[in-house]
Design a protein around this ligand. Structure first.
Ligand code: OAD
Length: 240
């Protein structure tokens, strides 16, 4: 039996399947990941742009980095792999999805049960008073209309806590899962990289490059997210 057939078997007998995604899920949509050769962190030091310290000490650079990512996302869209995951949710094959991605592509594709563990780049707030702000105000580098504070996207910066509701939801769903499929993440960032180990279910890892520490998975599918999901979906359709 091939690895794909094994995964399809697990999916068909699972009462609860959870998918956890990272930036590699969106590279085939034209969005760079962070740690690959063409990733953001090979060109830019995350400490200088993605921390609270960066926001406080070099706001123009912080602002430039997030504005660039927002503008890039305007030209990108979910790919077939995202739509397969949305279709699986509609058909009851997938029950929950947690993502480190801030691009909103899973929601755009139609998944409903989504935990955005690192927030969303499409909504904004004042870093000082927390009131929400408009995208246009952020892009124009305006200050908060209420307290004159600095505006920021609702993404998690390094050193910040993850949104509690999303974290608790992802954790409890993964703990109760029969199958967890992890897609397109280097598993380098804490605490999300702990989540796959929290399940007693089968653990599947779909990634372009397989990290040496990914030894605890029951099945490893080395390849691109969209291509592997298309293969699994094809087999799944034949068997349903
Ligand atoms: P990384 O850039 O660390 O890892 C992405 C992984 O996806 C790499 O292992 C790639 O080999 C793989 N990959 C790239 N393209 C792929 C494709 N088409 N199909 C399958 N795999 C592919 O991104 P994350 O693990 O998501 O957080 O990074 C986690 C967090 O670190 C991000 O959410 C972000 C970042 O700093 C914050 O900014 C707080």
């Amino acid at each position: 039996m091939s690895k794909i057939e094994t995964v399809v078997d697990w999916l068909l007998s699972s009462n609860k399947t959870v998918v956890l995604t990272g930036a590699g899920m969106s590279t085939e949509s034209g969005v760079p990941d962070f740690r690959s050769a063409s990733g953001w962190w090979t060109k830019t030091d995350p400490q200088k742009v993605a921390t609270v310290d960066a926001l406080k000490t070099d706001y123009p650079l912080f602002h430039e980095f997030y504005s660039m990512r927002i503008q890039l996302l305007e030209k990108c869209a979910p790919h077939k792999g995202h739509y397969i995951l949305a279709d699986w949710e509609k058909k009851g094959v997938l029950h929950h999805l947690a993502t480190q991605n801030v691009d909103g592509f899973h929601l755009q594709a139609g998944n409903k049960n989504v935990d955005e563990l690192h927030g969303s780049i499409y909504t904004f707030r004042c870093h000082s008073c927390g009131r929400s702000a408009a995208k246009e105000a952020f892009l124009a580098m305006e200050s908060c209309a209420y307290c004159n504070g600095r505006l920021r996207p609702n993404v998690v910066l390094f050193g910040e806590m993850l949104p509690e509701k999303a974290w608790m939801s992802a954790l409890s769903n993964i703990q109760r899962a029969d199958v967890v499929i992890v897609i397109g993440t280097s598993l380098e960032v804490y605490p999300v990289n702990q989540l796959p180990m929290m399940t007693k279910g089968k653990k599947v890892y779909i990634n372009k490059e397989i990290a040496s520490h990914a030894t605890y998975f029951d099945c490893i599918l080395e390849g691109k997210a969209k291509e592997v999901l298309l293969e699994i979906n094809e087999q799944l359709e034949k068997r349903r």
